[in-house]
Design a protein around this ligand. Structure first.
Ligand code: SF4
Length: 233
């Protein structure tokens, strides 16, 4: 079947282990205030490819993946095109290529299960730790993420949590501690990746005629992140 793809990165080094072919799917049901990829929001746009075509392309990069690399499917929200991602991952598994799903868990559990059957590792974006702040700042529900995480635990799939630390939204020691506490409830969470907010996406918003909800908020420095984390130990 065909999938709608926003862009690809042939050799990514920050979205999962090793060197990876990263696919950014088109379409997202959330509207996170700090979103870096507003061009992925629309379910239109991007280009279409079949799972077979993309599988053939990714397989050509296999010699570069080494022991730990492979494919990462991100977005947008890849679970919005669950049937396509499930088919792609299944085909890549036949080629012995490691599969990573980068998702917020938004969407139906039935769809998620189809993809997880062929997923080796999940990068789960845990955006906020209360329902209220999740709704206010992302326009979605924390409940979806928590139910998705329960499903990954039930299916025995390892998870790396990702959490954006954004000025005025999530840059408090209490907030980071709440993320750590929530993660302790899941036996399959292997680590937490703290992602400092960056504002390099401002020109993208301008070119799309969209307003960036973070305004002129400064990027979060590595030193500030380190200081916050040290307060949580
Ligand atoms: S889930 Fe990702 S792509 Fe969607 S709005 Fe949030 S940050 Fe942007």
């Amino acid at each position: 079947m065909e999938g709608r793809i926003s862009s690809v990165q042939s050799m990514g080094a920050v979205d999962g282990p090793g060197l990876r072919y990263v696919v950014f799917m088109q379409g997202c049901p959330l509207r996170c205030k700090y979103c870096h990829n507003p061009e992925t929001w629309s379910t239109q746009g991007g280009t279409t490819q079949t799972a077979d075509e993309l599988c053939r392309t990714v397989t050509r990069y296999k010699p570069y993946f080494g022991e730990s690399g492979g494919i990462t499917v991100s977005g947008g929200e890849p679970l919005m095109q669950a049937d396509f991602v499930a088919e792609l991952f299944e085909k890549l598994h036949r080629e012995h290529i490691h599969t990573v799903l980068d998702t917020s868990g938004a969407g139906s559990l039935k769809d998620a299960e189809k993809v997880l059957r062929h997923t080796d590792l999940v990068l789960c974006d845990l955006k906020f730790t209360t329902e209220e702040s999740y709704r206010e700042n992302c326009g979605g529900s924390l409940r979806h993420t928590l139910e998705f995480l329960k499903l990954t635990e039930k299916m025995g799939i390892p998870v790396w949590i990702r959490h954006v630390v954004a000025p005025g939204l999530t840059d408090t020691a209490e907030g980071l501690l709440a993320v750590k506490t929530l993660c302790k409830a899941f036996s399959n969470i292997e680590k937490i990746e703290w992602l400092p907010f960056k504002n390099l996406c401002v020109p993208k918003y301008k070119s799309l005629g969209l307003q960036f909800q973070m305004g002129d908020a400064p990027a979060l420095s590595a030193a500030r992140l380190e200081a916050l984390l040290s307060e949580t130990e």
